[in-house]
Design a protein around this ligand. Structure first.
Ligand SMILES: C[S@@+](CC[C@H](N)C(=O)[O-])C[C@H]1O[C@@H](n2cnc3c(N)ncnc32)[C@H](O)[C@@H]1O
Length: 240
């Protein structure tokens, strides 16, 4: 596992750049959030005071989306970056029952950071920083920290199953970024550079959707499925 402190996410200029450009880099980010909200409303929305955990919360965008539709939520946001957690605190100020934990994924796995059971555990664009064995352990930990009937949703990038699909998915991603930049009238870095940087970053360890779906089933999740897919961008999860 890449140590958090040695990863780019420990650098404030890198986290700032992500926050500034996430709506360009992340394919259909708004739609991803809408799907998350619809899932929450459908499967969890009838209950009051759901306990949710947002792993690799960044600036809190995911939890914020959920609080917009249910402000009775008790939320725990976890991230290795102090800078990201501070931005999350800013975004969520005004909401009650929000707890923040600064911890790396290593610490989550090794130190029993997730202690309370939850109704919903969500992660967005973070778990791909773990290798497949670590992902499996993480999924196991998430499963054991959910109440019976609780849900896990992972919004994340995946490894295409073949090189030929990889080449097309990267093209699709490049086309998305070019279109976004044109629609908001900015030039920015060439999209191909962003893709190259994603590929070169040691801490990006995506695995295939199949392997991750199988891992979720292996650790005991039911109703496992891919809820959305656009090239390498996916949403998948399951129920305990
Ligand atoms: C791509 S950002 C996603 C942020 C947010 N969930 C979103 O959807 O915009 C990845 C987040 O994972 C966190 N992260 C990356 N590697 C980590 C690690 N090893 N331990 C803890 N957090 C990590 C980063 O600090 C960052 O906030």
């Amino acid at each position: 596992m890449t140590e958090f402190n040695k990863s780019n996410w420990a650098k404030t200029d890198f986290t700032q750049q992500y926050r500034d450009n996430a709506d360009i880099y992340i394919v259909e980010r708004r739609r991803l959030l809408e799907i998350l909200k619809s899932f929450y409303r459908h499967f969890l929305g009838k209950r009051e005071q759901n306990h949710i955990v947002d792993i690799g919360c960044g600036d809190g965008i995911v939890t914020h989306g959920l609080l917009e539709i249910d402000d009775s939520i008790f939320a725990t946001l976890i991230d290795g970056s102090e800078d990201m957690l501070n931005k999350a605190k800013e975004r969520l100020k005004g909401f009650q029952n929000i707890y923040y934990i600064k911890a790396s994924f290593q610490e989550i796995l090794e130190k029993g950071i997730l202690q309370q059971k939850s109704d919903f555990i969500v992660s967005s664009l973070a778990i791909h920083h773990l290798n497949m064995d670590e992902k499996r352990e993480f999924f196991r930990l998430i499963h054991s920290n959910l109440y019976e009937g609780g849900y896990f949703m992972n919004i994340d990038v995946i490894l295409p199953p073949t090189e030929s699909l990889d080449r097309w998915y990267m093209k699709l991603w490049e086309e998305w970024m070019d279109e976004r930049k044109a629609s908001i009238g900015i030039e920015g870095k060439p999209s191909s550079d962003i893709i190259q940087r994603y590929k070169d970053m040691e801490e990006n360890k995506p695995d295939t959707l199949n392997n991750q779906i199988n891992a979720l089933k292996e650790v005991g999740f039911k109703e496992v499925d891919c809820f959305y897919k656009y090239g390498i961008f996916t949403i998948f999860g399951g129920k305990k």
